[in-house]
Design a protein. Structure first.
Length: 244
């Protein structure tokens, strides 16, 4: 399997959200909330965009505090630690100068204590005029709309939700990354077995390459993989095990 980034419909959804934040009317509405179920490509999407924009990436942790966030930012930016005000001012100056977006993955861990960690990052992003991207699982999405967190919710300019791949996405994904050519029939089987989850699609791609190697073929059709399990959905396997 090749390793480059594939621009699927989820990429388009995310970039539309970025454009919405960049063209916002209210300067303080600098937040983009990105959500999606496991396997829909949240990490891959923000990693690609973050790399292109030289973003500062932070991963939320259970029990995280403002002290943790300050230390984390200092480590990632090289801005020296100091008094709370001096460091905050230095951070604003750093991001104003660099224009780097801030990405907080597993952002739901920053919702404790009235989202004080996210509020700290939001204030830096607003003052520096950069984007703050919050990333979390779809199941956590509703928590950002709670009334007690209105100071965060009202500053979200867009909230794109990544979805499972379509068959068309699957065709593009396999043709760009798989070392063997496949037809639409193969892509349809991969789509059905993976339920459109990119992680499983990647596993299926490796299986297709192995099958092509055994058959000595440079391309595969649906008849070559009939009744072959191309990827294993661990969640389904675990559920099957519950009944044993």
């Amino acid at each position: 399997m090749k390793r480059h980034y594939v621009k699927t419909t989820n990429h388009q959804r995310f970039m539309a959200g970025v454009t919405a934040v960049e063209n916002r009317g209210s300067p303080e509405a600098c937040i983009l909330l990105l959500t999606g179920n496991p396997g829909t490509g949240k990490s891959t999407t923000v990693d690609h965009w973050g790399s292109e924009r030289d973003a500062i990436y932070l991963e939320g942790m259970p029990g995280m505090s403002i002290t943790f966030v300050r230390d984390y930012l200092s480590d990632q930016t090289g801005v020296p630690q100091g008094s709370k005000f001096a460091q905050y001012k230095a951070m604003v100056e750093h991001f104003s100068r660099s224009g780097q977006p801030i990405i907080l993955d597993e952002a739901h861990h920053g919702l404790a204590n009235k989202a004080e960690c996210i509020e700290y990052l939001r204030r830096i992003a607003e003052q520096a005029n950069v984007i703050l991207v919050l990333v979390c699982h779809t199941s956590e999405r509703h928590r950002f709309s709670e009334e007690k967190l209105a100071h965060i919710a009202t500053r979200i300019s867009d909230a794109p939700q990544l979805r499972a791949a379509t068959v068309a996405d699957c065709v593009i994904y396999l043709n760009e990354l798989c070392e063997v050519q496949v037809d639409t029939g193969v892509a349809q089987q991969v789509f059905e077995q993976s339920s459109g989850r990119y992680r499983l699609m990647a596993n299926a791609g490796r299986t297709l390459e192995a099958i092509a190697g055994k058959l000595g073929k440079a391309s595969l059709t649906a008849s070559d993989i009939s009744k072959i399990a191309l990827c294993e959905d661990a969640m389904k396997a675990l559920k099957r095990g519950q009944g044993k």
